[in-house]
Design a protein around this ligand. Structure first.
Ligand code: NAP
Length: 334
C-alpha cells in the first residue's frame, strides 16, 4: 500500500519533491498539501489529485496523511516537526531542521519522549553517488588517514532575500553535514573568514565567505561558500589523505567540441546537480518509513549542524575561532 504523504510548502523544492514522490519513486502518494501562498498550493493540489489545506497544522492532522514532508521556510520547520512528532507521524524536514540549536534540542526531547525515531533531515548529499564513493574510498583505508578536506560551494547567483548568515545556515550547512558524515567524526572548533567583496553580490551580503573547521582528531576542512559565482552551481570536494587524495567527480556531462573550444555544461542550480541524490533520498525514506526503521540523517545530525552554524556565525562576528560545544549525544541516537 502507498505511503500517504502530506507536503507543507509548494515553492521550489516542495514542487520538486511532490513531482518525485508522484512520478519518480515507488510506494508513495501525495494526499495533502498546503502553502502560505494558497493559490500555488491549490493549483498543485489539483494537478496531483491531493487535498488542499490552508495551514501546515491541518496537513499534519489530516486523516489521509501518514507522513509529512516539510518544504516551507526555514523558520517554520521546528514548529511543524514538533506537531508531527506529537501526532506520532513520520516527518521528513528539509534542511535546516530548525534555525536555533535550542529548537533542535526541543525536537530531540520530543522524539525521545515519543520513544520512536520519526524525524529525517534533508541532507541529500549523503545520497549522492559521488559522495558515497568518496566515503567508501577513504573508509577502505588504502589512502591512509585523512588529513584535510578542501571544498567549495558556488551558486550561480543568490535570491534577493539571502543574508550573510544564510550563507552559513542555509547553504554552508550542507558542507557542515557532509564533512562530518564523510569523516565519521565530530568538530572541535570552527571559524568563518570573510573575503574581498564580490561585486556581483548585493552590497548587504558578505560574499564569499570561507568556512574553516577542525575535527576532534585534527582533520582540517576549508570550504569556500560563494553565492555569486557568476558561472554556475558548482560543488567541489577534495579529500587529502596520508598516501593519496580523492576528488568528488563532476557530474557526467558530454564533452562538446564546438567553435574552436572543448566544453562541458555546468548546472545552474541544486535541483539539477543533485536530482539523482534527491530521488534516492526519497526512495530510501519511503522504504524506511514503511519498514518502521529510519536510516537517513536524524535530529541529532540536524542539531550538530545548527550548533556548528551558530559557532561559525559567532566566530565571524567576533573575528576569532570558536569551540563547537554540544550536549552529550543522547543514548537514543547512538
Ligand atoms: P521557496 O521557493 O521560497 O518555497 C518555500 C515555500 O514555503 C513558499 O511557497 C513559501 O510561500 C512557503 N511558506 C512560507 N511560510 C510558510 C508556512 N508557514 N506554511 C506553509 N508554507 C509556507 O523556497 P525553497 O527553495 O523551496 O526552500 C524551501 C525549504 O527547502 C527551505 O527550508 C530550504 O532551506 C530548503 N531547501 C533545501 C534544499 C536542499 O538541497 N536540500 C534545496 C533548496 C531548498 P511564499 O511563496 O509566499 O514565500
Amino acid at each position: 500500500m502507498d505511503l500517504k504523504v502530506g507536503v507543507i510548502g509548494t515553492g521550489g523544492i516542495g514542487q520538486e519533491h511532490i513531482r518525485r514522490l508522484t512520478n519518480v519513486i515507488t510506494g508513495a502518494k501525495v494526499t495533502a498539501v498546503s502553502d502560505i501562498n494558497e493559490g500555488t498550493a491549490q493549483k498543485i493540489a489539483e494537478k496531483y489529485g491531493a487535498k488542499f489545506y490552508k495551514t501546515g497544522e491541518e496537513v499534519i492532522n489530516a486523516p489521509e496523511v501518514d507522513a509529512v514532508v516539510i518544504a516551507s521556510w526555514d523558520q517554520t520547520h521546528a514548529g511543524y516537526v514538533l506537531e508531527s512528532i506529537k501526532l506520532g507521524k513520520y516527518v521528513f524536514c528539509e534542511k535546516p531542521l530548525a534555525t536555533t540549536a535550542d529548537e533542535c534540542k526541543d525536537i530531540m526531547n520530543a522524539e525521545i519522549q515519543s520513544k520512536r525515531h520519526l524525524v529525517q533531515v534533508g541532507f541529500m548529499r549523503r545520497f549522492d553517488r559521488g559522495y558515497r564513493e568518496l566515503k567508501e574510498i577513504i573508509k577502505s583505508g588504502k589512502l591512509g588517514s585523512t588529513l584535510m578536506i578542501h571544498a567549495c560551494h558556488r551558486n550561480l547567483t543568490h535570491i534577493p532575500s539571502h543574508t550573510t548568515d544564510m550563507t552559513i545556515t542555509n547553504s554552508g550547512i550542507h558542507e557542515i553535514d557532509i564533512s562530518r558524515w564523510l569523516l565519521d567524526e565530530e568538530y572541535e572548533s570552527g571559524q568563518v573568514l570573510t573575503v574581498k567583496q564580490n561585486c556581483n553580490s548585493s552590497k548587504e551580503l558578505l560574499d564569499p565567505q570561507i568556512i574553516q573547521l577542525k575535527t576532534k582528531s585534527g582533520v582540517r576542512i576549508d570550504v569556500e561558500v560563494n553565492m555569486s559565482s557568476g558561472y554556475g552551481y558548482d560543488i567541489q570536494c577534495e579529500i587529502v589523505c596520508e598516501k593519496g587524495a580523492v576528488r568528488l567527480p563532476d557530474p557526467n556531462k558530454p564533452l562538446v567540441r564546438y567553435n574552436c573550444q572543448r566544453s562541458y555544461e555546468i548546472y545552474e542550480d541544486w535541483s539539477q546537480r543533485f536530482i539523482e541524490a534527491y530521488d534516492i533520498e526519497f526512495q530510501e525514506w519511503v522504504n524506511s518509513v514503511k519498514s518502521n526503521k529510519l536510516t537517513g540523517p536524524n535530529s541529532w545530525d540536524g542539531y550538530i549542524a545548527c550548533v556548528t552554524a551558530d559557532a561559525l556565525i559567532k566566530s565571524r562576528n567576533i573575528g576569532a575561532a570558536q569551540d563547537i560545544l554540544t550536549i552529550d549525544k543522547p543514548q537514543f541516537y547512538k
